[in-house]
Design a protein around this ligand. Structure first.
Ligand code: B1M
Length: 248
């Protein structure tokens, strides 16, 4: 059986999710090109890596182009950038790529995120409160943390971004300097989940009233309960929704 684009659109109206995804890819080849650029670690046209893509557009130009032709920022994120990083992680697990390649993909994703940032920021007055965020001690992964910060800022919060590899003293100092702030901790490694537990404990000792939100791929709600944090969100949207309830 052959399928052409029209048949795919007909399936699409019947809300078959697989076909909708296929349809999107067909309708927006830019999404596929962007995902490929991130997976290959091609940051921008001038970047020499990878040599086989020399002179071609990278994540920087392709993300801009995708938005310019009307692909929604959310689509750019969920259909191109996040799946590309998942494939990078998969290849790393299979020893098909190594840390330097993973780092180049992260740089490419960050270059694309620069273009998404204005769309995730509403321009609201930052009046809802202060959100302190950091990736916990021992952990250098910052893309998920940056996305959460971007979207929470878009939800009307002032952000204090402590960066990566953040210890308990830095979190507690930031709370001293921003009384009443909500704190968000990110961890991407199973090994740094233990550091997260320790940091939450130390924050609770010094600032027992602080609302603490945790997230990151290896976490779940059971772990959140075990370490005594207030909320676990698997994604930035959940964090934003929770924060709305905090100020309600
Ligand atoms: Co690393 N790494 N990495 N890495 N890396 C992972 C996480 C891994 C799963 C890859 C794999 O093996 N398949 C694996 C962890 C295994 C484990 O412990 N379970 C791994 C490893 C092993 C390592 C090293 C140990 C490798 C080594 O050196 N041998 C090393 C550790 C360094 C360190 O931190 N001390 C390492 C290093 C790196 C780079 C530096 C090269 C680079 C990070 C660069 C950077 O961040 N600037 C890197 C990358 C890029 C990855 C993968 C491929 C992609 C991570 C990412 O950015 N994803 C990752 C594999 C994967 O995730 N599939 C992998 C995209 C991002 C949007 O998703 O970060 O999950 P994520 O964030 C999500 C949610 O988790 C959530 O929202 C985000 C958006 O949906 N979220 C929150 C995150 N924080 C939140 C906080 C919240 C709420 C939601 O509230 C506060």
């Amino acid at each position: 059986m052959t399928i052409d684009c029209r048949e795919i659109i007909i399936f699409n109206t019947r809300k078959n999710p697989t076909i909708i995804t296929l349809n999107r890819i067909l309708m927006n080849p830019i999404i596929t090109r962007l995902a490929d650029a991130v997976e290959a670690g091609k940051v921008d046209r001038n970047s020499p890596y990878p040599p086989q893509l020399k002179g071609q557009d990278g994540a920087d130009e392709l993300a801009r182009e995708a938005l310019d032709v009307g692909v929604s920022p959310n689509e750019v994120l969920t259909s191109a950038l996040v799946p590309a990083m998942d494939r990078v992680g998969q290849k790393f697990s299979e020893n098909k790529i190594f840390v330097p390649q993973m780092l180049m993909s992260a740089k490419a994703m960050s270059a694309a995120l620069v273009h998404l940032k204005p769309f995730f920021q509403s321009g609201d007055v930052k009046a809802k409160g202060t959100f302190i965020i950091g990736t916990v001690k021992g952990d250098l992964h910052d893309i998920g943390k940056n996305l959460v910060a971007m979207m929470v800022e878009g939800g009307g919060w002032s952000i204090v971004d402590l960066g990566v590899d953040v210890n308990e003293e830095s979190f507690n100092r930031a709370i001293d300097e921003n009384p009443g702030a909500v704190v968000g901790l990110s961890a991407l490694l199973t090994t740094t989940m233990a550091n997260m537990e320790n940091i939450v404990g130390k924050i609770r000792e010094v600032h027992p009233e602080t609302t603490i939100l945790v997230g990151g791929a290896p976490l779940n709600d059971e772990f959140r309960k075990k370490i005594g944090a207030d909320f676990y969100s698997p994604d930035p949207r959940g964090a934003v929704e929770y924060l709305k309830k905090v100020v309600a």
